[in-house]
Each structure stands twice: as structure tokens, then as C-alpha cells.
Design a protein around this ligand. Structure first.
Ligand code: SF4
Length: 120
């Protein structure tokens, strides 16, 4: 049996979790105060994912940068590919919340969307 110790990132309480696995299957999650912690612990050891937030350059707008995020979680091991894919992108103003900035980032099937309005 394998044991993994994690800190839950579901809320500021940061509960210490112990996840017990056998042959890659989660047998138990302990230490969680709520159901969200059990779900996080299970997912983190089997298929860790994250929402990625960053900024992208804007051309001709009232501000030079716009905040963006992945529309959904992406695999944790794709985060750097995602950041790299956005590093050299410049988009024209105006930009509106929810606009798709990049489709299928890093071949994850997930789009990058704007989280702020930038006018011309
Ligand atoms: S287990 Fe629940 S209470 Fe504890 S950090 Fe996670 S979300 Fe918060």
C-alpha cells in the first residue's frame, strides 16, 4: 500500500490529507474536514488538474495587458506548455470578458478566455 500526504487547496483551512492507494487505486482519503477535500485528494493523486490564470499583451487598448484563464481545469503537467503558448501572444483591443484568446491551449482541448474588459 502507498501513502501520499497532501495539503488540501480547497479553502484557506489547508487540511492535511493522507491518501492511501493500492495499485494506483485510491482506497481512502483521511484528514479532510469536508467532502471537497476527499474529492481533491483523490483527484490529485490520480489526475491532478488546475485552472491556469495569467496575462496576455494587448495592442491598442486602454491597458497593455489583459488577465486570462483556462475555461476549465487542465492537466497539471500541461501548465508550463500553456504559459509558454501565451507568452508571445498579442491581441488587439477591444477585449471583453469571455472572449476566446486561444483555442485548445497546449492540445488540452481547453480554451483560454479573457477575464477583464479592455477598451480601445
Ligand atoms: S478539506 Fe474541506 S475544509 Fe479542509 S481545506 Fe479542503 S476544502 Fe477546506
Amino acid at each position: 500500500m502507498e501513502t501520499r500526504n497532501l495539503i488540501c487547496i480547497g479553502c484557506p483551512m489547508g487540511c492535511p490529507l493522507t491518501v492511501r492507494l493500492k495499485d494506483g487505486e485510491v482506497l481512502a482519503v483521511e484528514g479532510n474536514t469536508c467532502k471537497r477535500g476527499a474529492e481533491y485528494g483523490k483527484k490529485e493523486v490520480t489526475n491532478p488538474t488546475r485552472i491556469v490564470t495569467t496575462t496576455v499583451r494587448v495592442n491598442g487598448g486602454t491597458e497593455n495587458m489583459v488577465s486570462v484563464k483556462t475555461r476549465e481545469d487542465i492537466p497539471k503537467d500541461k501548465i508550463f506548455d500553456c504559459i509558454r503558448a501565451l507568452r508571445n501572444i498579442t491581441i488587439p483591443a477591444p477585449v471583453h470578458i469571455g472572449d476566446v484568446i486561444l483555442h485548445d491551449v497546449a492540445h488540452t482541448g481547453v480554451d483560454i478566455v479573457a477575464t477583464k474588459n479592455i477598451e480601445r
